[in-house]
Design a protein around this ligand. Structure first.
Ligand SMILES: NC(=O)c1ccc[n+]([C@@H]2O[C@H](COP(=O)([O-])OP(=O)(O)OC[C@H]3O[C@@H](n4cnc5c(N)ncnc54)[C@H](OP(=O)(O)O)[C@@H]3O)[C@@H](O)[C@H]2O)c1
Length: 317
């Protein structure tokens, strides 16, 4: 698979990142190892996990990280992967209470290192923001983790544009690295914000998009396939993902189907190709549950849409 350089780092990641929220839970341990093996065989090297995955289920804690840790140990593949995990997620029962104090994040990070069985995380994400906390404090905390050799680079997830501006300005003024990536909710089909069950998730919006275009900050979008909404809607089952079942998204689906007929691309290739063809580095995270979904999703890695094709899909944006 094509490798992409993340600006301001020495990270070269595969064009598509594998999301692992389901590993060890929605996908059992054996199938999880098979997915990870297949992803690497097809040239993938970029894994996205988090301390909180899948703590919403009554099973062992942080099972995604543990599954990856067990797989890394059994395969000896640490050097072959760019390992990204996240901390600072609120407790699931009190989602309105941020958890970004240095003590909380340091404890999350130590747990992640232990579960993954590694000495250092390649890219550490803050899973959520705490808008009441000065962004400079957050950058100093993250810088402390890099200086201590616990992480190589850091990024933000679910932060609004104005807060990223504040954090990056602090980093620049103090000669620190700052965020090297931003992980937001973004796909060709846009979710209806009011229908999202978790209001702390931050979808791509115009301010964020403009910020990425102006600064070149890498975007690493999650839910990049809208949970398969396009394919499900095309097959007549759109209601499976109600947050996406909007008139704008049906118009985008119709435009994607026209483009599919013209080019021979699949809906998956168009949905991920749309993200891969933005005017800044974009590495979509895909959440595949089977080898067939993995193959289908990775088939988009080389797809490039022209500017006109992207505009033809940008309906309602
Ligand atoms: N930073 C954050 O706050 C955050 C939040 C959410 C997720 N994430 C990360 O992003 C990853 C991906 O998120 P996501 O699971 O929402 O992404 P997604 O790729 O948009 O959705 C995954 C779902 O789409 C369907 N699917 C996958 N591949 C498909 C294909 N080729 N064709 C048709 N349908 C397909 C499957 O649904 P079915 O099972 O119904 O077939 C699968 O469960 C997670 O694993 C996690 O690493 C981060």
């Amino acid at each position: 698979m094509r490798l992409v350089a993340i600006p301001n780092t020495d990270l070269a990641v595969s064009a598509i990142c594998l999301g692992t929220a389901n590993l060890g839970s929605g996908v059992d341990a054996e199938a999880s190892f098979a997915l990870l093996d297949a992803y690497l065989e097809r040239g993938g090297n970029f894994l996205d996990t988090a301390q909180v995955y899948a703590n919403w289920l009554p099973i062992e804690e942080s099972v995604s990280e543990k599954t990856i840790g067990r797989w890394l140990k059994s395969r000896g593949h640490r050097e072959r992967v760019v390992l990204a995990t996240k901390g600072g997620h609120p407790n699931l029962k009190t989602m309105h209470v941020p958890r970004l104090s240095p003590k909380e994040v340091a404890s999350d990070l130590e747990g992640s290192l232990r579960r993954l069985g590694v000495e250092r995380i390649d890219l550490y994400w803050l899973h959520r923001d705490d808008p009441a906390r000065p962004a400079g404090e957050v950058i100093e905390m993250l810088h402390g983790f890099t200086a201590a050799g616990k992480i190589r680079y850091y990024g933000c997830s679910n932060w609004r544009a104005a807060r990223i501006v504040e954090a990056q300005a602090y980093a620049k003024a103090h000669g620190l690295a700052g965020f090297v990536g931003d992980q937001m909710m973004w796909s060709l089909a846009a979710p209806e914000p009011a229908a999202l069950s978790d209001k702390t998730m931050v979808p791509m919006d115009q301010a964020l998009w403009r910020y990425h275009r102006e600064t070149g900050l890498a975007a690493i979008p999650y839910s990049s396939q809208a949970g398969g909404w396009l394919q499900k809607a095309a097959a007549g089952g759109a209601r499976a993902r109600p947050a996406y079942d909007t008139a704008d998204n049906h118009a985008r689906l119709a435009a994607a189907q026209r483009l599919a007929a013209e080019t021979g691309w699949t809906l998956t290739q168009i949905a991920l190709g749309y993200l891969l063809s933005q005017p800044f580095v974009t590495v979509p995270i895909v959440g595949c549950k089977s080898l067939a979904q993995l193959d289908d999703s990775l088939s988009a890695a080389e797809v490039r849409l022209t500017g006109d094709q992207v505009r033809s899909l940008n309906l309602g944006r």
